[in-house]
Design a protein around this ligand. Structure first.
Ligand code: C2E
Ligand code: MG
Ligand code: MG
Ligand code: MG
Length: 287
């Protein structure tokens, strides 16, 4: 027993834990500096209409180009940015950069499509979020219908607050989607009253769609429900032709996944949009 206690006591102070705290501290300082130095970039993943395979939107996803560690993915630094509050300036940059880039593509003559941006929890709780977003739209000269904001179910736990916040955002004329749908706290009661345009079926349901009848049933149910509520439905993480065929059969509107494209640099996405515009204009559509 004494040994166990001793062991437990020791476990409270393992060198690994010191390292964890140290690296979190380092990460916080690095993040602070990275925001100042502009070490972040956005990549864009196409969202495609299932019957036509036309690109109907993109999702902006953040990447950190760390001077020593190379590309760091959001899963590693977003949680720390949330904890430290650094997410607020960072998220503001994300929205501004996504809007700026989208407007630049439009001015270049590419077919206009909406860009969607992931909202962070803290950002959603900011009392002046609507004003901040409105200011960015004016500053970047992007029409509001070309901006979509993604929230998660966890942000809607306080139904009254969320309804009011979403209503205010919707009044700007932009779109709202629910990301990772089906994985969080969900009340059908809020779903019917929230001004939500689109449900994004979480990747975890799509992944096993062919093997797990329960996942398949959930996916079909989300599609049907979304359509009855007048919402668009998009499947995340589509990787195989079989998954696509299934989604097509059950009337899923759009897909986002490696099957069509991973997230792309702005230059690569631009090329994709350009070649698609040429294909449509030239009448050589293969759809
Ligand atoms: P998310 O919003 O659900 O984004 C989709 C994630 O799935 C992206 O990961 C994307 O690269 C990945 N993905 C897309 N298609 C496939 C596929 O076919 N198979 C698989 N296995 N994965 C696929 P990423 O870019 O690492 O982003 C992870 C999460 O980080 C995002 O999940 C989002 O919650 C968060 N995130 C990303 N950018 C931002 C941002 O600018 N602000 C905030 N607050 N969160 C962000
Ligand atoms: Mg998302
Ligand atoms: Mg998602
Ligand atoms: Mg997510």
């Amino acid at each position: 027993k004494a040994k166990e206690r001793g062991k437990n006591g020791y476990e409270l102070y393992t060198p690994e834990m010191d390292e964890l705290y140290l690296s979190k501290f380092t990460m916080e300082n690095d993040l602070r500096k990275a925001i100042q130095d502009g070490e972040f970039v956005l990549v864009y993943q196409p969202q495609v209409h299932i019957p036509s395979f036309e690109i109907v939107g993109t999702e902006a996803l953040i990447r950190w180009r760390h001077p020593e560690r190379g590309i760091v993915s959001p899963g590693e630094f977003i949680p720390i940015a949330e904890e430290t509050g650094l997410i607020v300036p960072l998220s503001e940059w994300v929205i501004r950069e996504a809007c700026r880039q989208n407007r630049a593509w439009q001015l270049d003559g590419l077919p206009p499509i909406p860009v969607s941006v992931n909202l962070s929890v803290r950002q959603f709780l900011q009392p002046n979020l609507t004003e901040r977003v409105a200011a960015i739209l004016i500053e970047t000269d992007l029409a509001p219908e070309y901006l979509e904001l993604e929230i998660t179910e966890s942000m809607t736990m306080d139904v009254e607050f969320a309804t009011a916040a979403l209503m205010r955002l919707k009044e700007l004329g932009l779109r709202i989607s629910i990301d990772d749908f089906g994985t969080g706290y969900s009340s059908l009661n809020y779903l019917k009253s929230f001004p939500v345009d689109k449900l994004k079926i979480d990747r975890s349901f799509v992944r096993d769609i062919m093997d797990d009848p329960n996942d398949a049933a959930i996916v079909r149910t989300i599609i049907t429900m979304a359509h009855h509520l007048g919402q668009t439905v998009i499947a995340e993480g589509v990787e195989t032709e079989e998954q696509l065929a299934y989604l097509r059969t059950y009337g899923c509107d759009e897909l986002q996944g490696y099957l069509y494209s991973p997230p792309l640099s702005p230059e690569k996405l631009r090329e994709r949009l350009q070649s698609e515009a040429n294909r449509v204009q030239g009448g050589t559509s293969t759809a």
